[in-house]
Structure formats: structure tokens, C-alpha cells
Design a binder for this molecule. Structure first.
Ligand code: SAM
Length: 316
């Protein structure tokens, strides 16, 4: 799909470029904040699965840049924002970048080291695997990313802190809700206005981090496995029997963002510009090392490239 046709179809894509956001996802975090005030009193944040960086931009603009403007403020008083992704990301002012896999224990260690003994007030995770279109599969892989995020949370989040994570709504949503409830007394699933209704995406907004008494972060997986097992945590048993009839789990679900604002599933006419022609804007920050970079290079390189491209698709 060409740039202009995306501009025509998707108002948030267009607005993101106009306002200097690297991706339309920025609006999702902003709309979650409108409803839940997630940045209140926040100084230290971890942004998991951050590339191309629009959430990190929001964090920088909401937390780092205002703090920098305070007269006589010292570097040590500035908010600490650590962003992690598999992909490299172009720099953002006030954001420390770590390239790594959040499911890898060593990545968690690197993040913890940046906090130097302090704890984070907020962890956000917009992680998404490459979507296959098979809903069960996509939901499963997505839940593994959230659990990896939760593992990092148990190491770096301070008690009382918040965790925001992208989820895919599906048949295991109730189980995920119960798992999150083990650590957070308040869990709401939110759907920002900028997230398309046609998408199964939503966001878990988890407040007031309170791990179970005597909890050891090393035991997070064992604890989560216990949910649903006969010897599991009694009051949070989410085995299938529990989820039926009178025991059904009702998950608080909230639409957020200005409900009379732009609808992400609608097409809006392009704005009129002088002389009546609309000029599509370039992306704010093209990906610096996209996975498809080599394929594009090969495509450019004539017939030789076509042969290499065929070889590339056979190898992968
Ligand atoms: N929040 C970002 C923004 O506003 O620009 C968009 C995030 S994008 C929807 C999902 C990201 O998840 C991709 O950049 C992808 O590389 C990252 N990701 C997927 N699996 C990951 C993993 N295991 N570890 C780290 N990052 C991962």
C-alpha cells in the first residue's frame, strides 16, 4: 500500500507524521494516560519492545524534556528511561537504549543494571510478535511476551508501580487476567480509540504492584504454573472449571481516549492544502535496520538480485 493511500485511510497514521511521532502507536499510550494518569509521579520507566520508538518519544516528551527545562536541575534528577527492543532504534533524547530479547534473562540483567539498585515506577510493553493471522497462535506468542515482561517487572518495578502491556483478546484472556491479578490488585483491560476495533489488540493496565508475601522473583514461572493446578493458589484458581457458570471471571474493560475523537476504523478526507493538492509527509523516522532491508537491496540489484532473492526465500 502506498504512502498516500495509508494517509487517506488512517487518520492516526497521518496525525503521527504531522506531530512528529515515529508511529501511530504513540496515540495509544497518550489515550491510556488520559484515562489512567499513568505518568503521575513517575521518574523511572522501562519501555519494553520499544522500536521504532513512538512510546519512548511519549516518555521523553512527557517526563524527560519537562524535567530538563527546570532551572538548575542536575542530570541525576532527570527521569531515567530505558528502552529495549530486538531491533536497533534511532536515538531519542533522554532514552537509554538496549538492544536485546526480553525473553532472555540476560536482557533483564542489563535493564536492572541501568537502575543501579533503584526501582522503576512504570514498565510499559507494546511487544508484538510477527502476526501469523492464526489467532490462537498469535495470542499464545503474545502472552509469552507479556509473561517475559512480567518477569522483568518482578525484578525492577517498585511496590505500588504500574505495568501497561499489550494483549491480544482471545480464549485465554481470563487466565492472563488472573495471572496479572496475582501481582496487581487493580487490572483493567483498555482499548484506546486509536486502536482499531477490527483488531483483537487491547492493553492491560495494571496498578499498584503488590507481589505476594514472601515472593521471590526467581519463582515467577513456578508461581504462574500453579494457577489452575489443583494445588495452586486457591483464591486465584483459573482452571477452566472456575471460569464457567457462576465462577466466570469478569474482566473490567474500558474504552479510552476522547470517545468523540477520531475513529481509527474510518477513512477521513485529506485536508485541503493551498492549490488543492495534498502532499504526503515522509515517515518521521524510517527504521534503521528493518528485517526487509536486505531484500530491498537485492531487489534493486537487477536480475542478479532476483536470483539471490529467490535463494533468500528458499533459505528462510
Ligand atoms: N511501542 C513501539 C512504538 O511505539 O514505536 C512499537 C512496538 S512494535 C508494535 C513491537 C515491537 O516488539 C517490535 O519492534 C519488535 O521488534 C518488538 N519485539 C517483539 N518480540 C520481542 C522480543 N522478544 N524482545 C524484544 N523486542 C521484541
Amino acid at each position: 500500500m502506498g504512502k498516500a493511500s495509508r494517509d487517506k485511510r488512517d487518520i492516526y497514521y497521518r496525525k503521527a507524521k504531522e506531530e512528529g511521532w515515529r508511529a501511530r502507536s504513540a496515540f495509544k499510550l497518550l489515550q491510556i494516560d488520559e484515562e489512567f494518569n499513568i505518568f503521575d509521579g513517575v521518574k523511572r520507566v522501562v519501555d519494553l519492545c520499544a522500536a521504532p520508538g513512538s512510546w519512548s518519544q511519549v516518555l521523553s516528551r512527557k517526563l524527560y524534556l519537562p524535567a530538563k527545562l527546570v532551572p538548575d536541575s542536575k542530570d541525576k534528577d532527570h527521569p531515567l528511561i530505558v528502552a529495549i527492543d530486538l531491533q536497533p532504534m534511532a536515538p531519542i533524547e533522554g532514552v537509554i537504549q538496549v538492544q536485546g530479547d526480553i525473553t532472555n534473562a540476560r536482557t533483564a540483567e542489563v535493564v536492572i543494571r541501568h537502575f543501579d539498585g533503584c526501582k522503576a515506577d512504570l514498565v510499559v510493553c507494546d511487544g508484538a510478535p510477527d502476526v501469523t493471522g492464526l489467532h490462537d497462535m498469535d495470542e499464545f506468542v503474545q502472552s509469552q511476551l507479556i509473561l517475559a515482561g512480567l518477569t522483568i517487572v518482578t525484578h525492577v518495578l517498585k511496590e505500588g508501580g504500574k505495568f501497561i502491556a499489550k494483549i491480544f483478546r482471545g480464549k485465554d484472556t481470563s487466565l492472563l487476567y488472573c495471572q496479572l491479578k496475582l501481582f496487581f490488585p487493580i487490572v483493567t483491560f483498555a482499548k484506546p480509540k486509536s486502536s482499531r476495533n477490527s483488531s483483537i489488540e487491547a492493553f492491560a493496565v495494571c496498578e499498584n504492584y503488590s507481589p505476594p508475601e514472601g515472593f521471590n522473583p526467581k519463582d515467577v514461572h513456578r508461581l504462574l504454573e500453579k494457577i489452575g493446578s489443583p494445588s495452586g493458589v486457591d483464591d486465584l484458581d483459573c482452571s477452566s472449571g472456575w471460569l464457567e457458570g457462576p465462577n466466570k471471571v469478569y474482566i473490567p474493560f474500558l474504552a479510552c481516549g476522547d470517545l468523540s475523537g477520531y475513529d481509527s476504523d474510518r477513512s477521513y478526507p485529506l485536508p485541503k492544502v493551498t492549490e488543492g493538492t495534498y502532499q504526503s509527509l515522509d515517515p518521521v523516522q524510517p527504521p534503521i535496520a528493518p528485517p526487509y532491508k536486505r531484500a530491498l537491496e537485492l531487489k534493486k540489484a537487477s536480475s542478479h538480485g532476483t536470483r539471490e532473492l529467490e535463494k533468500l526465500s528458499l533459505d528462510s
